[in-house]
Design a binder for this molecule. Structure first.
Ligand SMILES: *[C@@H]1O[C@H](CO)[C@@H](O)[C@H](O)[C@H]1NC(C)=O
Ligand SMILES: *[C@@H]1O[C@H](CO)[C@@H](O)[C@H](O)[C@H]1NC(C)=O
Ligand SMILES: *[C@@H]1O[C@H](CO)[C@@H](O)[C@H](O)[C@H]1NC(C)=O
Ligand SMILES: *[C@@H]1O[C@H](CO)[C@@H](O)[C@H](O)[C@H]1NC(C)=O
Ligand SMILES: *[C@@H]1O[C@H](CO)[C@@H](O)[C@H](O)[C@H]1NC(C)=O
Ligand SMILES: *[C@@H]1O[C@H](CO)[C@@H](O)[C@H](O)[C@H]1NC(C)=O
Ligand SMILES: *[C@@H]1O[C@H](CO)[C@@H](O)[C@H](O)[C@H]1NC(C)=O
Length: 827
């Protein structure tokens, strides 16, 4: 019984197979067996399917898609630019009357809308859909891949499948590239192309058609370095999944990939929104996951940092100049607009030049590079050194200990710095070479230092000249107001503007250009040569009091470079005039937003939180990270300037003090600062330290969260100041009641509470209880986990507190006059 049953099954099974092969699933078109609208071809392994489809625009196309994937994912379209607008069509093989032996696509009226268009040798041909997704035309009974007459793989649309090659076929002269669909329902050729630029040192280029015959490069992969593309070092992370191949030989320059396991699907696609995606099918979840896409970070943008600029997505600002170079347009650079790039800061002298190695670099644009794969690195160096126009060199292949030679005798474009990049040897003036950076030594992630060192070197050279001018001026002026002692100028690096330039720039200090006024003078907006917008602070000529502060500010700020500090661009010193030139901040200062009903709406919680972080980083830099240890002494909302993107920048260093090595506290008889922001020990005893800045920071944080000014905040009945108010609410667990109305609708409760708690920790009475700025940043970033409970803060930092302090203790410490609000530097 069982045996009979078994036989029946076998017989049925065989029948089924025969039936299947003969009549149903077929992967081949012959002249006698065309494909019509309601039929499809399915590859033998059921991987791909070919047939007519309507992408949703009412037209018919022939396409190939994955048989097993829903929704339908098209990998190839035959007639992308010549759709069938009727409701039926036929895909068949041409006969001797029409396109003999070619694959042809006919519409309802039997006109040819698309064809394989190749000269076909005599004999019968068939077209077959292979399991790889390749649709091939071959001689009947000749399936040798070498004899394929035509292949869809050699006529790509928007997708690169495993086994398909992008690039240059040296024999036929054809360059193959990907082009996206026009829109998600129109497979027509879109405006982007992704293919190999075969000139120089070949690399993949993604570009967009701007106008007829005008392509704009959007992104480049960097040349193939034997392991990965120079600009895609993490390709090797995919090596267990995908094998990448790059060929540059007598037959071709091509790029392709294979899957390590043929059962997984992966494709590279140029999508219609202009993004290059690598997608892989995940069987278990039935979705495509994006392994990578381009452009994915700001540094993918072609030439983001201009000639000789290096982009780094992990730093801010993202553009850097290599050692021996400086920003061409410093102001734009500070405003994070790096496309002007960098220029050499030293004069080159071909004979004595050397090379500096830059590590972890995406090699520069290479279409005009010279390549010789047989030379060694040292031979490469020789050639580059002997040719004065050679700007840089590198190995062409980094496998093993490296081999081959590529030389750039052009501006170096589109470099970036990232982990896994390669070494680039850049020509540098002898004066820029030092042991730490010359060829052979390694320099990791120290580009910031490099920039500083270069700037300082340049600064010193300029200063020596300035000293000479200074001596000369001194003789003429015999003025003891001569601003900066010579030994100090040695360290400075800034421009000296002449007075006339600034008169012109500010339209003779016209009132329309006035940005603000403070105790020491006015601030004007100005436009100097090359269209740079700047803020010019003109110290009032009558203000003798300002001179010390002026000197101080120049001395302090000229040495600082941080994205959260306003940058001093230069100064001007003429007989009676003292002016400071700063970078211009589009959004003036924080107080103008914070304490203004309408404008405060522009500061959502995210922005406020970013501002708090930025200020904290700026102060940390002052306290710990710069080469000096600086106490600002006058941190307050009006001294926090905001740039175009509302990034905070600390300004006004008129009060700042520099501390020596391990000094932690100092005492002054002249207490200067601003009501509401001064720590008790400073206001009372004139003792200031980093912790007094921390106190001011705490007040700032509470102001940013509440949108209320500390010194002006008096509750109608009992005259509590802001800190008292917040403390009381905090104790009751109602701290959220005080947050600014304009962020009430949308904020993160946890984040706000964390900020309030940190604010309260910073305004604790005893300096030693307050956290350091590095601790503050840690607490801010850790999202409020394990924060200590704040102690009762000192309340009397308002007017009442001062009066008490003054009358009871230090009569000599200050006069009321000196305690007035410090200057307002509005820019
Ligand atoms: C294709 O199938 C649809 C519905 O299944 C039918 O309406 C249409 O007439 C068919 N077209 C052809 C050309 O057979
Ligand atoms: C269909 O296309 C043909 C040829 O491209 C054209 O002559 C015809 O007007 C089109 N018909 C419609 C309805 O768009
Ligand atoms: C067919 O091929 C010829 C020669 O290669 C070419 O000139 C022509 O433009 C092609 N036609 C189409 C429709 O692709
Ligand atoms: C690639 O792998 C390295 C180390 O294995 C890792 O540090 C890096 O983040 C990975 N990159 C990507 C893009 O996954
Ligand atoms: C293209 O890829 C990007 C990035 O993954 C995605 O956001 C976008 O929706 C894609 N566009 C289309 C039309 O698939
Ligand atoms: C590479 O350089 C070597 C030595 O100078 C030379 O013999 C060879 O012809 C060069 N190869 C190419 C392709 O230029
Ligand atoms: C220097 O290199 C450039 C670019 O490769 C080349 O055009 C020029 O002839 C070279 N000059 C010398 C003196 O070799």
């Amino acid at each position: 019984m069982g045996k009979l049953h078994f036989h029946t099954i076998i017989i049925f099974f065989i029948f089924f197979i025969v039936f299947h092969v003969l009549c149903l699933a077929t992967d081949t078109i012959t002249p006698a067996k065309p494909l019509t609208v309601n039929q499809t071809l399915v590859s033998s392994g059921q991987v791909f399917e070919l047939g007519f489809f309507d992408p949703g625009n009412g037209n018919l196309y022939i396409g190939i898609w994955y048989k097993q994937v829903e929704p339908k994912t098209y990998v190839w379209v035959a007639n992308r630019d010549t759709p069938i607008n009727s409701s039926s069509g036929k895909l068949t093989i041409g006969n001797k009357d029409i396109n003999n032996g070619n694959i042809i696509l006919l519409d309802q009226a039997e006109t040819v809308v698309w064809k394989s268009n190749i000269s076909v040798p005599v004999g019968n041909t068939v077209a077959k859909l292979l399991n790889s997704g390749n649709f091939v035309l071959c001689k009947e009974n000749d399936e040798n891949p070498e004899n394929y007459i035509w292949e869809s793989f050699k006529n790509p649309t928007d997708t690169l499948l495993p086994g398909m090659k992008l690039g240059w076929d040296r024999k036929t002269g054809v360059n193959r590239f990907l082009q996206p669909w026009k829109t998600s329902n129109d497979p027509g050729s879109g405006d982007y192309t992704y293919g190999i630029n075969i000139h120089g040192f070949p690399e993949l280029i993604y570009s967009k058609k701007e106008r007829e015959n005008e392509m704009k490069t959007l992104y480049r992969s960097g040349p193939w370095n034997g392991r990965t593309f120079s600009g895609i070092p993490w390709m090797k992370n995919l090596s267990s999944l995908i094998k990448f191949e790059f060929q540059d030989n007598d037959d071709e320059i091509s790029y392709s990939f294979e899957m390590m396991s043929t059962s997984s699907y992966s494709r590279l696609v140029t999508n219609s929104s202009g993004v290059l995606q690598r997608l892989t099918w995940v069987e278990s979840s039935q979705t495509w996951i994006e392994l990578s896409f381009v452009p994915s970070d700001p540094c993918d943008e072609y030439q983001k940092c201009g000639p000789f600029g290096v982009c780094d997505a992990n730093t801010s600002p993202g553009c850097k100049c290599m050692k021996g170079f400086r920003p061409k347009n410093q102001l734009a650079w500070d405003l994070r607009e790096g496309s002007d790039g960098c220029v050499r800061s030293s004069k080159m002298d071909c004979q004595s030049d050397g090379f500096l190695v830059q590590n972890n670099i995406k090699l520069p644009e290479s279409s005009r590079a010279y390549v010789n794969r047989t030379l060694s690195l040292s031979e490469c160096a020789e050639i580059c050194k002997s040719n004065c126009s050679c700007a840089a060199y590198a190995n062409t292949d980094i496998t093993g200990s490296g081999s081959g030679c590529v030389i750039w005798a052009v501006d170096l474009l589109d470099m970036r710095h990232f982990q896994g990049g390669q070494d680039l040897y850049v020509r540098a003036a002898a004066s820029d070479l030092d042991e730490a950076h010359t060829v052979g030594a390694s320099e990791n992630d120290s580009n910031n230092n490099v920039v500083i060192i270069v700037s300082v070197t340049v600064g010193i050279v300029i200063m020596i000249l300035l000293i000479l001018i200074c001596i000369w001026k001194k003789k003429i002026q015999r003025s003891n107001n001569s601003i900066i002692a010579r030994k100090e100028t040695d360290e400075l690096e800034l421009s000296f503007f002449d007075f006339t330039t600034l008169v012109i720039a500010t339209d003779n200090f016209s009132s329309t250009n006035k940005l603000g006024q403070g105790g020491f003078g006015c601030v004007y907006k100005g436009v100097i040569m090359e269209g740079q917008v700047v803020a010019v602070k003109r110290l009032s000529t009558t203000s003798t009091q300002g001179i010390e502060e002026f000197k101080n500010e120049v001395r302090v700020i000229a040495k600082l470079q941080h994205r959260n500090l306003v940058r001093l661009l230069g100064c001007c010193i003429e007989v009676e005039e003292k002016l400071l030139v700063y970078e211009y901040m589009d959004n003036k200062s924080l107080d103008m937003f914070l304490f203004d009903k309408e404008r405060s709406a522009r500061l959502d919680w995210q922005k406020r939180s970013d501002i708090i972080f930025g200020i904290a980083r700026g102060i940390l830099y002052l306290h710990q990270d710069s080469r000096l240890r600086i106490i600002h002494r006058d941190l307050k909302a009006s001294n926090i300037l905001l740039d175009k993107e509302m990034n905070p920048k600390i300004s006004d260093f008129g009060m700042a003090r520099i501390f020596g090595g391990d000094q932690i506290e100092a005492k002054t008889k002249k207490v200067v600062g601003t009501y509401g922001y001064m720590s008790p020990e400073y206001a009372m005893d004139g003792r200031f330290s980093m912790k007094s800045d921390v106190f001011s920071f705490g007040v700032l944080v509470l102001e940013i969260v509440s949108g209320k000014k500390n010194r002006e905040f008096y509750n109608a009945c009992n005259q509590l100041n802001l800190i008292e108010q917040i403390w009381n609410l905090w104790k009751e667990g109602n701290a959220l009641e005080l947050i600014d109305e304009s962020i009430r609708n949308e904020f993160s409760k946890d984040e706000v509470l964390t900020c309030i708690q940190i604010g309260l920790l910073c305004v604790q009475q005893h300096a030693e209880d307050r956290p350091s700025m590095s601790k503050v940043l840690l607490m801010l970033s850790s999202g409020g986990i394990n924060l200590p409970q704040p102690k009762y803060p000192r309340f009397n930092i308002g007017k009442r507190g001062f009066e008490r302090g003054l009358s009871s203790k230090h009569d000599e410490s200050s006069s009321l006059n000196e305690l007035t609000d410090t200057i307002l530097v509005g820019r």
